[in-house]
Write a protein that binds this ligand. Structure first.
Ligand code: ZN
Length: 383
C-alpha cells in the first residue's frame, strides 16, 4: 500500500468513528473537528455512501437557516464483526454491527489445559448458534501478543509460547483475523463505550483474573519494545510479601490484587468464602476481616492508580474488572483513598471512570479492534 493509500485509509477509519459517535453529524462538522480539508472530507464521504457504509438524511441547520446540510449516519446493518476473549478459565464471544452495537454475547467455561485450537473451536460453536454472520474477527488473549505477526508470544498462565494464533484461527473461521492482548482490547471496548468523549490520552487499569493496564495516545495503543507495556501486575509493590507470583517473583501487584489471590487471602480467616461476592457480603455485614481486606485492597488499587497517573499523565483513567463488578462499593472506596495518594501537581486529577461493559468488555473490544483493523486494511471501499 503506498503512502497516499495509508493516509486515506486512516482518514476513512477516523471519519467512520466520528460518525458512529456523533449521529447526524454533517460533512462540514467532520471537516472542522478532524482538521481534514472540506474537499477531502467530501471525497471520502462520497465513497462511503457509494459503498453503502454511510447513509444521509437532509435537514435544515439552525445556524444556517435555509441552507441544507446533509447529515450522516453509519449504516449499522451493512456488516457485522465478532470478538472472542480467551481467558484461562472461560471463552467469551460478542457480535457487533457496523455501528458498534452489541447484537450477541455469550460465554462458556474452559479448562486450563485446553489448546488454543480447542478454545477457538468452542468459540466457533457459540458464534454459529446465532444467525449473524461476520466480516472479520478480533481475538483478545491473555499474555504477550504480537498483533502484526498474529502470534501469542508468551502466556505464563496457559503455558503457551510462540503460538501461531492467526494461522490457527484463519483455518477455523475463514475470515480476516486480528489479535491483541486482553487488556488492550478492554481499553478499545471501554473507550468506544464512552461514545463521543474524546480523550487523546486515556489509561485503563484492570483488576480481574490478573492485574494489568493499557494506555492509548491519539488512538494509538502504547506497546513498548516487545508489546509488554502495561504489565503493571508484575510491578513489585510489597517485596516482603511471602506469596509467589506466576512470574516467579514475590510481591507483584497480582499476588495481592488478582481475583483468586483476594479470595485465597479471605479463606485464611473465613474458609467458607468462595467468591468476591461472598467477601462483599461479609464486608457489608461489617466482618472485621473483610473490612481489613478491602481496606488493604483499595489502598493498593489507589496506589497503582497513582503510579499510572504519574507515569502516563492521562486525561482519563478507567478502572474495570471483576473486583469492581462483584464488589460494587469498591470503586468509591478507591476514589476516597486516592485523595490521600494523589501526587500534588496532579491533585486535581479527578477524571476517573468506572468500566461500563462488565464481563463483555474484552470480547466487545476485540470486535471493535476487528472493525478498526478491517477499515484500515482498505477492504471497505471499492472505487
Ligand atoms: Zn509477577
Amino acid at each position: 500500500m503506498n503512502r497516499c493509500s495509508k493516509v486515506l485509509t486512516q482518514e476513512i477509519s477516523t471519519i467512520l468513528d466520528l460518525i458512529r459517535h456523533s449521529p447526524d453529524i454533517s460533512r462540514i462538522n467532520i471537516s472542522r473537528q478532524l482538521g481534514i480539508s472540506p474537499a477531502s472530507t467530501t471525497r471520502i464521504i462520497s465513497k462511503l455512501i457509494q459503498n453503502n457504509l454511510v447513509v444521509e438524511a437532509d435537514e435544515i441547520t439552525a445556524e444556517n437557516a435555509g441552507r441544507r446540510a446533509t447529515k450522516l449516519i453509519v449504516n449499522n446493518d451493512v456488516m457485522n464483526f465478532a470478538g472472542i476473549e480467551i481467558s484461562d478459565i472461560y471463552i467469551a464471544v460478542s457480535i457487533i454491527d457496523f455501528g458498534g452495537n452489541l447484537l450477541y454475547t455469550a460465554r462458556i467455561d474452559s479448562s486450563p489445559g485446553e489448546s488454543l485450537k480447542g478454545r477457538l473451536t468452542a468459540a466457533e460453536n457459540l458464534l454459529s448458534r446465532t444467525h449473524y454472520r461476520f466480516q472479520a474477527l478480533g481475538i483478545s488473549c491473555i499474555g504477550t501478543i504480537d498483533p502484526e505477526r498474529k502470534i501469542i508470544d508468551y502466556c505464563d498462565i496457559l503455558g503457551w509460547e510462540k503460538v501461531e494464533a492467526g494461522r490457527i484461527a484463519e483455518k477455523i473461521f475463514n475470515v480476516p483475523i486480528y489479535i491483541d492482548n486482553d487488556v488492550k482490547c478492554d481499553l478499545l471496548g471501554e473507550y468506544f463505550a464512552l461514545k463521543g468523549e474524546n480523550y487523546n490520552f486515556i489509561s485503563l487499569l484492570s483488576f480481574a483474573r490478573g492485574v494489568a493496564s493499557a494506555t492509548m495516545e491519539y488512538n494509538c495503543i502504547q506497546r513498548g519494545f516487545m508489546n509488554v507495556s502495561g504489565e503493571i501486575g508484575h510491578t513489585i509493590i510489597e517485596y516482603s510479601d511471602g506469596r509467589m507470583c506466576s512470574c516467579g517473583m514475590r510481591g507483584c501487584a497480582s499476588t495481592v490484587l488478582a481475583e483468586d489471590n483476594i479470595i485465597r487471602e479471605a479463606q485464611k480467616t473465613a474458609p467458607d468464602i468462595t467468591s468476591l461476592r461472598d467477601i462483599w457480603t461479609a464486608f457489608s455485614n461489617e466482618c472485621m476481616w473483610a473490612v481489613r481486606l478491602l481496606d488493604r485492597t483499595s489502598n493498593y488499587i489507589a496506589a497503582l492508580a497513582r503510579n499510572i497517573i504519574c507515569m502516563q499523565n492521562p486525561q482519563c483513567i478507567i478502572l474495570r474488572g471483576s473486583l469492581f463488578d462483584e464488589m460494587p462499593g469498591l470503586y468509591d472506596m478507591v476514589l476516597e483513598k486516592y485523595k490521600f495518594f494523589a501526587y500534588y501537581p496532579l491533585k486535581k486529577f479527578e477524571n476517573f471512570k468506572l468500566g461500563r461493559l462488565g464481563a463483555e468488555s474484552s470480547s466487545f473490544g476485540a470486535a471493535i479492534m476487528a472493525i478498526n483493523e478491517y477499515c484500515k486494511a482498505n477492504q471497505l471501499i471499492h472505487s
